[in-house]
Ligand binder design. Structure first.
Ligand SMILES: NC(=O)c1ccc[n+]([C@@H]2O[C@H](COP(=O)([O-])OP(=O)(O)OC[C@H]3O[C@@H](n4cnc5c(N)ncnc54)[C@H](OP(=O)(O)O)[C@@H]3O)[C@@H](O)[C@H]2O)c1
Length: 236
């Protein structure tokens, strides 16, 4: 549907889940794709799935110097940030240390990439947030606040970085390795229960989010937007 032929695309967090689906979709649409994340092993496995011509870079978004030096050496048409590992829990049970770790990983990680990325005019930056920004959960309050902060950051950066466009894509619950810490039975029961409650009557797949990221990158009139892809979760 979209064409990104001869365009350079960086997907930070592209070795797994939403980022990997996004990298595959960009590659299928003709882009030269680079994926970046911390684990070289995960990157190597992901590259095999993405296909010929894709590249990888070991990068921790928590390492400001590494982020700056990698990004100073390249210019991109489109940059996507889908990298995060965030401890979660009720405010009174999540330790302050874990709360800081979550904000550090998802908010400041994206901020560092956004600040350092060199993006060509007419190109785009897309940050993956999450629907808890507008539909809070009593057991993941901070996660909602981090997502809301990112969505607000995106609106401001769309003004500052113009004519580069800046958007957020806000997923509902998506079937990715993020949930791999749960027992298989419990995870499948959780997804079935969520699907039952959602107006869309299905669980979210990483490809659903990749579609929205490619839309944001390809559409020259879309900037400062948060595109919600949550099966109706924020209204249910
Ligand atoms: N899945 C959902 O239900 C859901 C719902 C709403 C929002 N989201 C958001 O969507 C984004 C992607 O989640 P996902 O479900 O695709 O998770 P995932 O499958 O666990 O993928 C996370 C990716 O981020 C990378 N990463 C983590 N920390 C990093 C760091 N410090 N520096 C660089 N890369 C890092 C991981 O690779 P390494 O481990 O190799 O670094 C991996 O490639 C996250 O922001 C998440 O909060 C997910």
């Amino acid at each position: 549907m979209f064409s990104f032929t001869n365009q350079d695309v960086l997907v930070v967090g592209g070795s797994s889940g939403i980022g990997l689906a996004t990298a595959k979709a960009f590659a299928a649409a003709g882009a030269r794709v680079t994926i970046a994340s911390r684990s070289g092993e995960k990157l190597a496995a992901a590259l095999k799935e993405i296909g010929d011509g894709s590249r990888s870079q070991v990068l921790d978004t928590g390492d400001a110097l590494a982020v700056e030096s990698f990004l100073a050496a390249h210019t991109w048409n489109h940059v996507v940030v889908s990298a995060a590992k965030t401890p979660s829990g009720p405010v009174r049970q999540l330790s302050l240390e874990d709360a800081h770790t979550a904000m550090e990983s998802k908010f400041w990680g994206a901020y560092r990439v956004a600040r350092a990325a060199r993006i060509r005019d007419g190109g785009s930056l897309t940050i993956v947030s999450g629907f808890l920004s507008v539909r809070p959960s009593a057991t993941s309050v901070l996660q909602g606040a981090i997502n809301a902060a990112l969505e607000s950051l995106v609106r401001g950066m769309a003004l500052e970085f113009s004519p580069v466009r800046v958007n957020a894509v806000s997923p509902g619950m998506i079937r990715t390795p993020l949930w791999s810490g749960m027992d298989d039975d419990k995870r499948e029961a959780m997804f079935a229960a969520v699907a039952e409650k959602l107006p869309a009557k299905r669980a979210g797949e990483p490809e659903d989010i990749a579609n929205a990221v490619l839309y944001a990158a390809a559409t020259p009139f879309t900037t400062g937007s948060t595109i919600v892809v949550d099966g109706g979760g924020s209204i249910a």
